[in-house]
Design a protein around this ligand. Structure first.
Ligand code: HEM
Length: 187
């Protein structure tokens, strides 16, 4: 889509059409937004991958995502296809991959929202940088660990790093947006 471009007296170019947001954002916040859109695309890509085996194919679910022993009952008979599909759907590996899929998408959305608010907080610039970095650790770490743990379960213990990091980043934002006591208007 072509956009009309204007130049002000200082020679700065600006777009009349859509831009990254209505509010001018810091370089760090804009960087977070750009990265988050790519990250979200990756989550959608995982959905496309899962679509190849979910809902009865066309491909079988990858063997690495199946519950061990799911194919054959103790009596030696294979379960009916519908039961087999339920077993595979609820396998820990497949649940982790699904969680990764939604984490890539949902945490990207949260990060884009976050970037629109962090500059408006009363945090010092050093604390804003720290808060954005904490969110980045969560944004990158949580979905990656979901996908990697779907392949090798012990990786799940690494969740204890990005989970609290992102939580702390969000608490810092909430705290930074809260009005200082002196600004409160009493009724
Ligand atoms: C290109 C777009 C997308 C594709 C192709 C896609 C595909 C899929 C597939 C195939 C599954 C089933 C996985 C399985 O059987 O193990 C799934 C599950 C899921 N997807 Fe997506 N998805 C897409 C976008 C989204 C979006 C935008 C969201 C939410 C913001 C989302 C949220 C979920 C959730 C919550 C589940 C788990 C559902 C459940 O377990 O009942 N997906 N997706």
């Amino acid at each position: 889509m072509e956009q009309a471009q204007t130049t002000d007296d200082a020679g700065n170019r600006s777009h009349d059409g859509p831009r990254i947001g209505a509010i001018p954002l810091s370089r760090e916040a804009t960087g977070l937004i750009r990265f988050a859109w790519y990250w979200m695309a990756f989550g959608l890509f995982i959905g496309c991958f899962m679509g190849m085996y979910s809902f009865d194919g066309p491909l079988p679910s990858p063997s690495m995502l199946r519950e061990a022993g799911g194919e054959v009952w103790a009596d030696g008979n294979a379960p009916p296809a519908i039961v087999l599909e339920q077993i595979q759907y609820t396998s820990v590996s497949r649940r982790l991959l699904r969680l990764g899929h939604i984490a890539f998408i949902a945490l990207s959305i949260i990060s884009i929202l976050y970037a629109h608010f962090i500059d408006q907080t009363r945090l010092s610039s050093g604390k804003k940088t720290l808060a954005i970095n904490l969110v980045k650790i969560g944004l990158v770490g949580i979905p990656s660990i979901c996908v990697l743990a779907s392949l090798w379960l012990p990786i799940k213990f690494l969740f204890c790093i990005p989970g609290p990091a992102m939580t702390a980043g969000v608490v810092m934002l909430a705290w930074g947006l809260a009005e200082p006591p002196g600004d409160r208007v009493s009724a």
